[in-house]
Design a protein around this ligand. Structure first.
Ligand code: ADP
Ligand code: MG
Ligand code: MG
Length: 885
């Protein structure tokens, strides 16, 4: 069995066998770059090690000795040589990088003799002993398990005694003393000496790297990241080069492009006269890499050329480690660099322009969720570092904001309108009545509720940051205070909310601006070309729709008409309507609402420019529009000029036990047909208005909550009759469609029949999930976290579609619906419409489009393109396999 590969033998495609670090060291060697010689002990050797009861087998041991001999010959240095001692590093490296899991040991080969030789040949005694004490500490820690603190303490004490500021003040004598103290630690802790034999040091280091593959931390990390344990780690043995050999030596790290902005320019730092991770460890302030241009121009040019070639080979931005030894450059590591979402998008787009990657590949490289971070303001990082998190909740709506707290919608609105304050609404929970206060708020915080609570859904729809379900938050409405685990807040105090992370800070924190990102629009344009699924927005107002259009939404998949009723003057008419005793009394408010709604729809249609707009008729139960506490009942009664007792009686009559299962959706149409009739007149009226302006609109009218063909057919007749009547009145006609939401399990089960009377389907996944599980989505906050923690649910089904259950119903509905009408348009307009994992499933389900809040449109678009590209790839693979059989 071949266990060992020299760097000359490997290449970048051998990650699985050589680990990422080894494969890339080999690739750089073969590209002719200056890499210190070495070899990689493969991941197969790691597995053999475990099979052999955690010991290197004889075959492997022989191969290590042979590789070491070869290396010695090649570089002209040997372990224990009295004139040219060989020192090596032992570096772990798995196929998938596991940050911080396994450690590297530098300077192996140093002992009491070779340290003196090194001092002599470099004419730098300080450097030699500095290297030795590093070996003693690293070996002691990694191999022998002595705590780092034990070694650090020796240095700290010495520094204190001598009033030193930094490690640089340590003299050669100090370092010698440290070395002897470190050796004593071995005797005290282990009752044996530090191994002086370099081969023994090397083998022990290799052993401990292999062992570390199965240490507790590594196992946990693998479990959390789904990395199979049979992969194993590789070990690299590499000749040391010394960045700490003097003033024309140094060590550094660099990215081939700026990892924060993506700008195409070398970005990095280095430290002169330093070793290994000194740059990252922050012992001194490093210099920007650009200064190398002046101090070592040749070397800088060489480095720039290497960086460019590496990008060309890897077709991605690289993160590089290098060392300069006496004016000579060595490359020590290359890997794909981590980057911010902004940089990721810019780099992907630039690399397409540069011909390095295809558009499809660029699209596949960006995590859909990550683009959201580009669209929202964040807290300034430096400012954030100065503040402590006082509480956390669910990250319900991303973005960051600062403002003064208010505990009621009215107070928030008053402070915003009258005092022009930036306000943050802090509540136990929110309801539709709070909408006015929510609209003016910079951020929303609630102590109750989950990711689909009212506060969360509305905040996401508006693009307002929100943190909900903050368990440690107590709101005292009476005294106008809130307390978070020990902190008290009064009305008007400053609070900062990070809805991306779900964190809360007390005080003011500066935010960064939300930039319109040209690169992202380019990428989203490509995504549109590469996807099959349409991406629509849930938008209720022209403002929402404009926002969605900025992100190039294909249209509106869901306009919720009830949101238009919450403006004060409309709410009043709505209330007049609800409390009316007979059809006659309903006439006037209906007429007023009709005019207002027609104006709303006209506004949406006007913006649509040929894009499809689907409007849903009234959905929530009527009591949501009525006041609830006594004070409000009195106020509203006065406004409506009726007796408070009568209003209270109406409120009582409309009260429901399970409003989510209650008198809502098209059930309202059956008992109050005139509301739907009014809405339909407003919709068609608006379209006819545009027809007069020579703009052709095809209205799509959506009926919520339908459970059967009979029900749909009843409502459809009501709607169609009204439309035809209007056509006759106006003596004009246009095309329209009437479709249904699919949100009742029964409707899914009988979708073939429902399709007979529906022009389209649109899944309302919130209600469908609620009814399939029997979970009330307003109450899940109290047990959902535990269900996920206990593994009873893999994820919150209101955020990611439950493929097994709800998905099964959807699949059935699609198949049955298309059996009746092969070209039936089918959308998904619940919250899940913007979730990448769910979109992957919807692509396979062959639905026509998804609809999500305007701010999710970019995420959904990218996810849709990726799902389609993946699907196409899977299909083409199965096609190319079939003919062989
Ligand atoms: P990590 O995976 O934590 O980055 P590395 O194996 O890359 O660990 O090593 C840690 C540090 O030691 C890096 O800065 C690396 O450049 C340096 N280093 C590793 N091997 C050598 C060597 N042979 N000569 C000089 N420096 C080395
Ligand atoms: Mg490294
Ligand atoms: Mg619904």
């Amino acid at each position: 069995m071949k266990y060992i590969y020299t760097f000359e033998e490997g290449n970048k495609n051998m990650r699985r066998l050589l680990g990422g670090k080894g494969a890339n060291l080999a690739q750089m060697t073969n590209l002719g770059f200056p890499v210190p010689s070495g070899f990689t002990i493969s991941t197969e050797a790691c597995n053999a090690f475990y099979k052999n009861h955690n010991q290197l087998n004889d075959d492997n041991l022989d191969q290590i000795k042979e590789a070491l001999d070869q290396l010695s010959q090649k570089v002209g240095k040997r372990f224990d040589s009295p004139s040219a001692p060989l020192l090596v590093s032992v570096r772990s490296g798995a196929a998938i990088s596991m940050p911080g899991m396994m450690d590297t040991i530098l300077n192996i080969g140093l002992n009491d003799q070779t340290v003196a030789v090194l001092a002599k040949i470099t004419a730098n005694e300080r450097f030699a002993y500095d290297s030795y004490r590093r070996l003693l500490a690293m070996f002691g820690n990694v191999v022998e398990g002595i705590s780092e603190a034990t070694f650090d303490m020796v240095i700290e004490n010495l520094k204190q005694q001598n009033h030193y500021q930094s490690d640089l003040d340590l003299t050669t004598d100090d370092l010698k003393q440290i070395v002897s103290e470190f050796k004593k630690i071995y005797m005290n802790e282990l009752h044996r000496e530090f191994p002086q034999d370099p081969t023994e040091q090397l083998l022990a280091a290799i052993n401990s790297v292999f062992e570390s593959w199965n240490n507790h931390r590594a196992k946990i990390y693998r479990r959390e990241n789904n990395i199979p344990s049979f992969l194993g780690t590789a070990v690299n043995v590499q000749m040391m080069v010394f960045g700490n050999a003097g003033k024309d030596s140094g060590t550094g790290v660099a990215f081939t492009r700026d990892p924060a902005t993506g700008e195409k320019q070398l970005f990095g730092e280095y430290l002169l006269n330093a070793q290994g991770e000194d740059v990252v460890a922050g012992i001194r302030t490093p210099q920007p890499i650009s200064t190398l241009k002046e101090t070592m121009p040749h070397l800088y040019e060489q480095f720039v050329a290497i960086a460019a070639k590496l990008e060309f080979y890897y077709r991605d931005m690289q993160d590089l480690e290098f060392t300069i030894e006496n004016g000579k450059l060595y490359m020590l590591q290359a890997r794909d660099g981590k980057r911010t979402p902004t940089a990721a998008v810019k780099i992907a787009v630039d690399m397409v322009d540069e011909g390095l990657v295809s558009r499809q590949e660029a699209l596949m490289r960006i995590k859909p969720e990550s683009v959201q971070a580009i669209l929202y303001p964040e807290f300034d990082e430096q400012e954030l570092a100065k503040n402590d998190i006082v509480a956390s909740g669910l990250p319900a709506s991303p973005g960051a904001a600062t403002g003064r707290v208010y505990f009621t919608a009215e107070a928030a609105k008053a402070a915003h309108d009258e005092k022009h304050q930036a306000v943050i609404l802090v509540r136990q929970d929110t309801s539709p009545e709070d909408i006015e206060g929510m609209v003016v708020s910079e951020a929303i915080v609630t102590s109750r509720g989950g990711m689909t609570s009212h506060a969360a859904v509305v905040a996401r729809g508006m693009g307002t940051p929100a943190t909900v379900g903050v368990n440690h938050l107590q709101v005292d409405y009476q005294h106008k205070t809130a307390s978070f685990s020990g902190h008290q807040l009064h009305e008007g105090d400053w609070l900062s909310v990070d809805g991306t992370q779900g964190n809360i800070y007390i005080g003011q924190i500066k935010t960064t601006d939300m930039a319109v990102n040209e690169n992202l629009s380019t990428l989203l344009g490509w995504a549109k070309q590469e996807s099959r699924l349409g991406v629509y927005a849930n938008a209720d107002t022209p403002a929402d729709f404009s926002q969605a259009l900025k992100f190039d939404a294909d249209g509106i998949g869901l306009a919720r008409t009830e949101h238009m009723f919450f403006k004060p003057e409309r709410l009043l008419e709505m209330r007049r309507l609800i409390i009316a005793e007979n059809a006659e009394a309903r006439k006037l408010p209906l007429k007023r609402l009709l005019d207002m709604q027609q104006g709303d729809f006209y506004g949406l249609y006007k913006l649509s420019e040929g894009r499809s707009v689907t409007i849903r008729l009234l959905d929530p139960p009527l009591h949501e529009f009525l006041p609830h506490d006594e004070k409000e009942i009195h106020e509203v009664a006065a406004q409506l000029d009726i007796e408070p007792a009568y209003l209270a009686q109406r409120v009582d009559a409309l009260k429901e036990l399970n409003p989510m299962l209650g008198h809502r959706g098209d059930r309202l149409a059956v008992t109050f047909p005139d509301i739907y009739q009014m809405q339909v007149r407003a919709i068609i009226g608006a379209a006819l208005q545009l027809l007069d302006e020579n703009v052709i609109i095809e209205p799509h009218i959506m009926i919520p909550l339908t459970g059967s063909k009979a029900e749909m057919s009843w409502v459809r007749e009501l709607v169609v009759k009204q439309i035809e009547q209007l056509f006759d009145e106006r003596n004009a006609r246009l095309q329209y469609t009437v479709g249904t939401m699919m949100e009742m399990p029964r409707a899914c089960l009988t979708a073939d029949k429902v399709a007979e009377v529906s022009d389209f389907f649109s899944f309302g996944t919130n209600d469908l999930t609620q009814l399939t599980f029997g979970f009330s989505r307003d109450d899940v906050g109290s047990f959902m976290p535990e269900y996920i923690k206990q593994g009873i649910l893999p994820a919150d089904p209101f955020q990611t579609v439950d493929v097994e259950g709800v998905g099964q119903l959807m699949k059935m509905a699609v198949e049955k619906g298309r059996f009746t009408k092969p070209r039936l348009p089918i959308g998904v307009c619940g919250e899940i419409g913007g979730d990448p994992k769910s979109i992957e499933f919807f692509e396979q389900l062959d639905v026509s489009y998804v609809s999500c809040s305007p701010f999710r449109v970019p995420v959904a678009r990218l996810a849709a393109a990726q799902a389609h590209l993946r699907n196409k790839r899977a299909v083409s693979q199965s096609v190319s396999v079939n003919p062989v059989r």
